[in-house]
Design a protein around this ligand. Structure first.
Ligand SMILES: Nc1ncnc2c1ncn2[C@@H]1O[C@H](COP(=O)(O)OP(=O)(O)O)[C@@H](O)[C@H]1O
Ligand SMILES: [Mg+2]
Length: 260
């Protein structure tokens, strides 16, 4: 986890504008001029972002800015243009299951659990890309990390609370042992306290497993506390980026996104 002041920004005000010099060496994920949409409707107009190994990064944006579309384009769920490099290799046009095998797990908006299956069955499904013999021990590991999942392992996912389902969706994604976890608005529909708990747990897991996280969120306050670095997406374009601490202290950001 990096502290304030050592991020991508070198500008005097601590917040850099989009697209300025980030070295291309060693990024886990490198997205350049990403374009995507639905039919004739264009939604993304050249999104640039990077995530380094083990890093926790957030893309902030209002409803309709294109956050979900960005994650869908990265994980191969919709057609896209531009460049998506993962582990130095171009992966644009790959199917979601191929990307999952390579190490990208996507927790979609609105949870991503199979509600008619039990907690444990959901975790097993999350391991579908694996063929090693450590699946059972991983399930036990996530039951320990998320005790409420362990207590409810035979309960149907659909009968769990919103917060528990979000934890299950995350644990299920982690069962693929991803290098990069894509998270679409985990705070949606959760009480602030529960969201805090989800983010706290995520931070611990990311730190202990080295899993990088790319989170998209409307909830700027919580997300900036959680992530080390942030991008701001407006109408399909990245308009700002910088260290979370710098963005939190930026007057324009506070006014536009933090309700101050
Ligand atoms: N399946 C779809 N078909 C057509 N338009 C869509 C679809 N999904 C999203 N959109 C449109 O794309 C834009 C961006 O949506 P989205 O990426 O979901 O934004 P966000 O996640 O930031 O709220 C919105 O204008 C939305 O109406
Ligand atoms: Mg969305």
């Amino acid at each position: 986890m990096s502290s304030a002041g050592d991020g991508v920004s070198s500008a005097g005000d601590g917040v850099s504008s989009a697209g300025d010099g980030v070295s291309s060496a060693g990024h886990l994920l490198e997205v350049k001029t990403l374009g995507a949409g639905y039919g004739i409707v264009e939604v993304l107009f050249g999104v640039d972002l990077v995530v380094d190994p083990g890093e926790v990064v957030v893309v902030l944006g209002a409803n309709g800015a294109g956050k979900t579309t960005t994650l869908r384009a990265i994980s191969g769920m919709i057609a896209a243009t531009g460049q998506v490099k993962f582990l130095g290799e171009s992966v644009l046009g790959r199917r979601p299951d191929q990307l999952a095998k390579r190490g990208i797990a996507h927790v979609p908006q609105g949870r991503g659990t199979v509600t008619a299956l039990t907690v444990e069955e959901n975790l097993r499904i999350g391991a579908y890309v694996r063929s090693d013999d450590q699946i059972e021990s991983d399930i036990q590991q996530w039951f320990e990390a998320f005790p409420r999942l362990g207590e409810r392992k035979d309960q149907l996912a659909g009968s769990m609370s919103g917060g528990e389902q979000q934890m299950l969706a995350i644990a299920r994604a982690l069962m693929s042992r991803p290098k990069l976890l894509l998270l679409d608005e985990p705070s949606l529909g959760l009480a602030p306290l529960v969201t805090h708990e989800v983010f706290d747990r995520l931070r611990e897991i990311s730190a202990s497993t080295g899993t990088a996280v790319l989170l998209v969120e409307q909830n700027a306050n919580l997300a900036l506390e959680f992530a080390a670095r942030a991008y701001v997406l407006e109408a399909g374009r990245i308009v700002l980026s910088g260290n979370s601490a710098d963005l939190q202290g930026d007057a324009a950001i506070q006014k536009a996104y933090l309700g101050v």
